[in-house]
Design a protein around this ligand. Sequence first.
Ligand SMILES: [Zn+2]
Length: 146
Amino acid sequence: MFTKEFIEKQRDIIKNVSPLPWHACSCGKCGMISGEHDHIATAIRGDWGDDYPDIRRIGGSIEGKFETFMNQITYGHIPEETGNVNAQYIEQACNNYPEALDEIERLRGALKDIYLLPFGQNVRYADQIITSIQKKAEKALNEVTK
Ligand SMILES: [Zn+2]
């Protein structure tokens, strides 16, 4: 799926989005995701569906009045906590996507280099790369669990 063309297309899209990084609001109540100057999105929490304007009678049936209100054809419900985690996931996925594309290309290049090396030498090189990736992963894990 992550062909050279697909990655180029992703990079073109990233060039035109609101500048990264994006931040999920830390209040845990609003699900808002924003950039430095832009409101990017709001993760849905609670009922979701098609919202539409509607009219209802208020007061008595003789001297009653009507008021407009927003109604909804509800299709589903997202618990508040899940909605807040969804906002954090969108933040993390979007902020780290460019680096993930870089990593895919870097590893693809490394695999090509290994493939082109004579047998024996390529095995040692592959071991070095695997060790390097393990060290990076351990370092990242240590930073997350601090
Ligand atoms: Zn908030």
